[in-house]
Write a protein that binds this ligand. Structure first.
Ligand code: AMP
Ligand code: MG
Length: 482
């Protein structure tokens, strides 16, 4: 038996009765550890877990001592339509650990079988989507973007049935918490405001303890969530990340990126880029993400109105101002990040915004690779435009822009530090998942994970990972079917 102790302290189970359903993982026949995230395991004090115990625990076959296994309740707007009951249909919270830095982290299994919230689903996950979430989360983490992370991936030895049988797997996910906008909506939509208050008090104590003693903690909390989301979405935009399914149940109150489903990194720059096969209207297109985030925050604000003020018009006015503040906050985070991406020195200049937008406009409709273009600015800053000009079908708009940009004496080192060379390129992710699914070959996954662990540092042997897919490749599509 494992001598590793999970020192759980399960506040969600203890303090929020009625916000979840107790449940247990379904037994799987042959759990096998695919991958343990050693660095993260160390942060959690779990680094001495041997692979057999890790496989048993992270498949759900064995609950570690002190776990209080539960499925969380939540609701959510999916593509704009309200669904009063979603909840963890294929996930189970094992409990909370305090990491070596003193932070509370949820440990959750994803794909561990049916729960009381499964509706028609099987509660299972296939290996492809599990490894996809693993890769994307670790890539985001290495890019310095707040995110849930993968602690382990375990294969179950059991097929899951999608359009065809696929190897089954379970992901272990670590999050600051799994409280979502949809968690608030679950109780607000039932008119149970004592539960909304209980949840808000719990969440403030967990994520924003300093706000508890301010004059209006709930309004301050709403502002804090708006601020975290503004920073988060700006950082997605900076790296070209498209979440793909920004439903309110997929927006975490903590400000971490959560629920990697049909997400992908943009290759050719266009604000209209959509990869998700189910997003027919482009609701969650790259360029729409800030607008959608604000829309989701308005849904959160609605749930908090009776807590913000007993006077309805005051509550509405204050909540609206908080939600509206998202735009200014976002613009500021976005511009600050763009300034470093363009290598612009402090102090900020009134022309910076035009310069940032000007570069994007020059790229639009030109099939320019977003990641390579920003990276190539480093050479351009040193006077060599060769690498960047060939990325454009017609470099003339770039040339006009670059003249103004060079007047600001951009700094190449800043550019290299703030623009990744390696991102999870769609064709590389797909190749890694296909090898794992079809040939049980994990080598491409391992290599890609290694490449993505140091996204800003050019390393020999990884040149292929910097290249876009062939221009004549099939348009990329992502699917939700985890
Ligand atoms: P998501 O698309 O990950 O945001 O999930 C939306 C909702 O569908 C959540 O309530 C999930 O728990 C549920 N769900 C997704 N896939 C499954 C599945 N295979 N079995 C049961 N529930 C699922
Ligand atoms: Mg979800």
């Amino acid at each position: 038996m494992p001598d590793v102790v999970f020192s759980f302290d399960n506040t969600y189970a203890r303090d929020l009765e009625g916000f979840y359903a107790r449940s247990n993982a379904e037994r799987v026949p042959a759990p096998k550890l695919i991958k343990l995230n050693q660095a993260l395991a160390k942060e959690l004090g779990l680094d001495t877990l041997n692979s057999q115990s890790a496989a048993d625990i992270f498949s759900g076959n064995e609950a570690p001592q002190g776990a209080e296994v539960l499925a969380q309740a939540y609701a959510g707007h999916q593509f704009g339509n309200f669904v009063p009951q979603l909840g963890d249909g294929r996930a189970l919270l094992l409990g909370e650990l305090i990491d070596t830095s003193g932070n509370r982290r949820d440990i959750q299994l994803k794909g561990s079988g049916r729960t009381p919230f499964s509706r028609g689903g099987d509660g299972k996950a296939a290996i492809g989507p599990v490894l996809r979430e693993y890769l994307m989360g670790e890539a985001m983490h290495a890019l310095g973007i707040p995110t849930t992370r993968a602690l382990a991936a375990v294969s179950t030895g059991q097929p899951v049935f999608r359009e065809r049988p696929l190897p089954g797997a379970v992901l272990t996910r670590v999050a600051a918490s799994h409280i979502r906008v949809g968690t608030f909506q679950f109780f607000a939509s039932r008119g149970d405001y004592s539960k909304v208050k209980q949840l808000a008090d719990y969440t403030i104590a967990r994520h924003d303890p300093a706000l508890a003693t301010t004059p209006n903690p709930y309004l301050a909390f709403l502002n804090a969530v708006c601020d975290r989301q503004a920073a988060l979405i700006a950082s997605w935009m900076h790296v070209g990340f498209i979440h793909g399914v920004m439903n309110t149940d997929n927006m975490a109150i903590s400000g971490e990126t959560i629920d990697y489903g049909p997400c992908a990194f943009m290759d050719r720059y266009s604000p209209r880029t959509v990869f998700s096969s189910i997003d027919h209207q482009g609701r969650y297109a790259y360029g729409n993400q800030p607008i959608i985030a604000r829309w989701n925050l308005a849904r959160l604000a609605e749930t908090l109105l009776p807590l913000i003020s007993t006077d309805e018009s005051t509550a509405v006015a204050e909540a609206t101002a908080a939600v509206n503040s998202f735009t200014d906050r976002y613009d500021e985070y976005w511009l600050q990040g763009m300034r470093t991406k363009l290598g612009l020195a402090d102090p900020p200049h009134p022309e910076d915004l035009n310069l940032a937008n000007g570069f994007l406009s020059a790229m639009d409709s030109q099939s320019v690779d977003y990641t390579l273009a920003f990276r190539a600015l480093a050479q351009a800053a040193l006077g060599d435009d060769g690498k960047i000009r060939i990325l454009f079908e017609d470099p003339a708009p770039y040339d006009v822009w670059a003249e103004q940009w060079r007047n600001r004496k951009p700094d190449a080192t800043t550019i290299l530090k703030s623009n990744p060379l390696y991102v999870p390129r769609n064709h590389m992710v797909e190749a890694a998942l296909t090898a794992a699914t079809e040939q049980n070959d994990l080598a491409p996954f391992e290599t890609l994970l290694e490449v993505l662990s140091l996204p800003f540092t050019e390393r020999p042997g990884f040149d292929a990972y910097t290249k876009p897919a062939a221009l004549d490749a099939e348009p990329y599509r992502t699917f939700c079917g985890t």
